[in-house]
Design a binder for this molecule. Structure first.
Ligand SMILES: [Fe+2]
Ligand SMILES: [Fe+2]
Length: 259
């Protein structure tokens, strides 16, 4: 089976990219299930109900999130009403939502998804490696096909998670930096891996934001109010081909479309 994972969707331009490419990829690449990171889908921060509905219409089956998960208040009611939006599993006990879930893909195969967040240069959270062990054990009772979105800043922490879970899950992909890395591969024990799948939003930007404002912030050191970038879009992600009987990854393909 083939699973398409889409990197952080930033605002309207990012959401529009879904309508442009997801259906087409489903048809041409034989995609059975679509996962997208939606933490920036509302104007760069969080997710709203209307944005959620729009992205579902565009063909996303399930959403992961990250440090910007609480950026729009509506996320709590989305998580209460819908079962296909998850947040990092290693957040403190008692916060809304859940960190993993099992879905049924279009080919009838059950797909487990785990969302984790890194500890290096991120908001405080529990140890993601301990959380990964706990969540993998739970999902393996239901399916051998498990995909992990590790939302983290440090490439070393992300690689450590990939090797830590090698042979235990089908794929580990990174999100959060919004910059796609060129290291898509299959690890020794059959886990597909990429450090970061990149960003789906404005191409001529820094992280989907207006680059002039970000440069000014770096140039002067004075905090600036970020604004979204405009212009043409880009669509970034990764397709993992998985043997559903073993859960092993047999192919990894990076996707980067620039309008
Ligand atoms: Fe993001
Ligand atoms: Fe993030």
């Amino acid at each position: 089976m083939r699973i398409l994972c889409i990197g952080d969707i930033v605002s309207r331009i990012g959401r529009n990219m879904l309508f442009k490419y997801v259906d087409d990829l489903k048809y041409k690449a034989g995609i059975d299930f679509v996962i997208a990171n939606g933490e920036n889908s509302n104007h760069g921060r969080g997710m709203t109900k209307s944005g959620y509905s729009e992205m579902k219409r565009a063909g996303v089956d399930a959403f992961t999130t990250g440090n910007h998960v609480w950026g729009a208040k509506e996320i709590v009611s989305i998580m209460n009403d819908e079962d296909d939006v998850i947040r990092p599993a290693n957040l403190p006990d008692g916060v809304p939502g859940r960190g993993s879930a099992v879905f049924t893909a279009s080919n009838g195969v059950r797909v487990g998804i785990i969302n984790l967040m890194g500890q290096v240069d991120m908001i405080p959270c529990e140890n993601p490696f301990a959380a990964a062990e706990r969540e993998v054990e739970k999902l393996l009772e239901k399916t051998p096909v498990i995909i992990v979105d590790f939302h983290a800043e440090a490439t070393s922490e992300k690689m450590a998670m990939g090797y830590f879970l090698d042979g235990k899950v089908s794929a580990v992909f990174g999100t959060h930096t919004h910059i796609q890395t060129a290291d898509a591969k299959i690890l020794k024990n059959g886990t597909g891996y990429i450090t970061d799948i990149g960003m789906t939003g404005a191409a001529d930007s820094i992280l989907g934001m207006n680059k002039k404002i970000i440069i000014k912030r770096f140039r002067t050191g004075i905090p600036q109010k970020f604004e979204l970038a405009e212009g043409r879009g880009q669509f970034c992600g990764c397709i993992f081909t998985i043997d559903e009987s073993t859960g092993k990854c047999t192919d990894v393909e990076r996707i980067w479309f620039d309008e």
